[in-house]
Design a protein around this ligand. Structure first.
Ligand code: ARG
Length: 579
């Protein structure tokens, strides 16, 4: 993408026992502008070339005939430093970034490859709990990140809509006929389910009713099916309301029930291959040689299980999408399930079994206001914290915050919309800024702090950049003279912008949106300290008196703004223009 860097790597590869691709990756910006613009460490070649790194650096500096934008080449201990025509380098980096669709066009590493991302995938007839938040947010962000690497992404909601619990729910609706499924809400379903379970503790015969209802559902009995479809319709409507708040979308809803017809054939093949065996009327796959407990595939009553349906789903996904990666964004508590899934798929001889990846994540915890201790996904009274309540709470709190500032906003500002962006943004960022596998502690004050390491801080930086551009009056011109960007802070900013593309690749490689979130914080802080230079020294202001310098600085400001907006988009957040 950066052609100057590529030219340097090309020319170096003629003198080194290594291809230009890896050399390009080794060329890094040195820590200080006084040390040049790219540095090549020579340690990695010492063994092959049987020379000390310093000797290699000295020889390279003398021997190579560098490309035209390189002014000087100097050895510095084990490094070769390249001093460039900075105006040319800056122009290339900044105009690349300011290009329409930069994020999508920058990398082709995923070209022709498909990645499947299975995220959120909640069970129906239950409210979305906060634990579904992490899966949805991480999954959607990974989707955008892989898309930015050129992959075809397929986002799947593997809705949990099958299992004996739905027999119980059908039986409950039939037993307590006081509410029709037409008018039921998700809360009603949860309540009826609990009521039925409680009664069943005293009356064991209710278990038979539930079992019988599930059998009827399996056999396609119209009454049971209508009820079940209704459960699903109501649940999905509620899920979609919340997904809309978060800007979460899917390419397909493929519920567990979709795979039922495939299960018989799968079990047959597993038995023929000797992978599945009968065990007291049930069917299991023994995985002793993988040091894993056996996986149950069919219960004694002949019904399939979550695992059986996931095996069918994996085969279906492979047949239809030929994925490069199949990512399951699911909490750490299902680690064993995915290990078993992979083990069975490998036994089936599928060389793609290794492409099945469990993208796990830590817990979401809430501090107890009294003790300060963090609880897992539930309040002190043990109630599950509902995702919708959390988001609404965030939006409310954002509204209060905005009101403090409302005087500065133009009267036509849609404060509701802004509160939505900031409130949900705060929640999303506090989740995504933490390394995926670590626990997240929910702390409202901290996550809405406009000065902290938060979503609103990054969004605010974006709004401030927009305001600078608005104030400048003139449009940004790419013809600006980049040689006027002489401050070391400007060098650092441009070089950090150059890194953006690399960080996107890393985020995809490690399946780690936090790399983007933390990069954005770093960039915003750099910009903020650059911007504040002008408070003491007017000639360092972005909107300084000299028109040419001002134009060059505005070009830089526009590039920073672009990267922040793109970065926020990769995290699934909105980038407000005023706040
Ligand atoms: N429905 C499951 C749950 O809520 C998650 C499903 C994840 N996806 C999958 N293909 N297993 O725990």
């Amino acid at each position: 993408m950066n052609s100057i860097k590529k030219e340097i790597a090309d020319c170096l590869s003629r003198h080194l026992p290594i291809e230009n691709g890896p050399i390009e990756a080794m060329l890094k910006a040195p820590p200080e502008p006084g040390m040049g613009d790219y540095a090549l460490p020579c340690f990695p070649f010492a063994k092959d070339m049987k020379k000390s790194p310093a000797a290699i650096a000295t020889a390279l500096s003398r021997e190579i005939s560098p490309p035209k934008d390189v002014k000087t080449v100097e050895p510095a201990g084990p490094y070769v430093n390249f001093f460039l025509d900075r105006a040319a380098l800056y122009r290339e980096i900044l105009s690349n970034i300011c290009q329409e669709g930069f994020v999508r066009s920058r990398s082709k590493s995923g070209k022709g490859k498909t990645v499947i991302i299975d995220y959120s995938s909640p069970n129906i007839a239950k409210h979305l709990g906060v634990h579904h938040l992490r899966s949805a947010i991480i999954g959607r962000s990974l989707y955008r990140i892989f898309e930015a690497c050129g992959y075809r992404c397929i986002g799947i909601n593997h809705l949990g809509d099958w299992g004996t619990s739905f027999g119980k729910l059908i039986a409950a609706f039939e037993r307590y006929g006081d509410i029709s499924a037409q008018d039921a809400s998700v809360s009603d379903m949860q309540e009826l389910y609990v009521r039925f379970s409680r009664e069943a503790e005293e009356k064991p015969e209710l278990a038979d009713l539930a079992r019988n209802a599930f059998k009827r559902l399996e056999n396609g009995d119209p009454h049971a099916t209508v009820l079940w479809k209704q459960f699903k319709k109501i649940s999905v409507a509620e899920f979609e309301r919340i997904y809309a708040m978060l800007g979460i979308e899917f390419d397909a809803y493929m519920p567990e029930s979709f795979y039922l017809t495939m299960a018989g054939d799968l079990l047959e093949r597993l038995r023929t291959k000797g992978i599945a065996t009968d065990s007291e009327d049930a069917i299991i796959a023994r995985l002793d040689t993988d040091d894993l407990p056996p996986l149950m595939l069919q219960k004694k009553d002949g019904t399939t299980l979550y695992s059986t349906r996931d095996l069918c789903a994996a085969e279906y996904r492979w047949t239809n999408y030929r994925f490069e990666h199949c990512l399951y964004v699911v909490g750490g508590e299902q680690k064993l399930h995915f290990q078993q899934l992979r083990a069975v798929l490998s036994r089936m001889g599928y060389d793609w079994a290794g492409r099945i990846e469990h993208i796990d994540f830590g817990l979401l915890k809430f501090p107890d206001p009294k003790t300060g201790k963090a609880n897992v996904g539930s309040t002190r009274t043990g109630e599950v914290v509902l995702l919708e309540d959390v988001l609404k709470n965030g939006i409310e709190k954002a509204k209060e915050k905005i009101k403090e500032n409302a005087g500065k906003l133009p009267p036509q500002t849609d404060l509701e919309e802004l509160a939505d962006m900031i409130g949900t943004g705060a929640v999303m960022f506090s989740d995504l800024a933490v390394r995926r596998t670590k626990d997240v502690v929910f702390d409202w004050d901290r996550m809405l702090d406009f000065q902290g390491d938060t979503g609103p801080y990054v969004q605010y930086a974006h709004a401030r950049l927009c305001s600078i551009l608005r104030k400048s009056g003139a449009g940004v011109t790419e013809q600006a003279d980049c040689s006027l960007l002489r401050l070391p802070e400007e060098w650092k900013l441009v070089r950090t912008l150059e890194d953006f593309s690399l960080r996107i690749d890393q985020a995809a490689d490690k399946r780690e949106p936090s790399i983007i979130a933390n990069y954005l914080l770093e960039l915003c802080k750099l910009f903020s300290s650059y911007y504040s230079l002008g408070m003491k020294e007017p000639e360092k202001r972005v909107l300084c008196d000299d028109e040419e310098t001002r134009n060059a600085r505005l070009f830089l400001v526009d590039a920073v703004r672009n990267v922040i907006a793109d970065g926020l988009r990769l995290l699934g957040m909105k980038a407000p223009e005023r706040m």
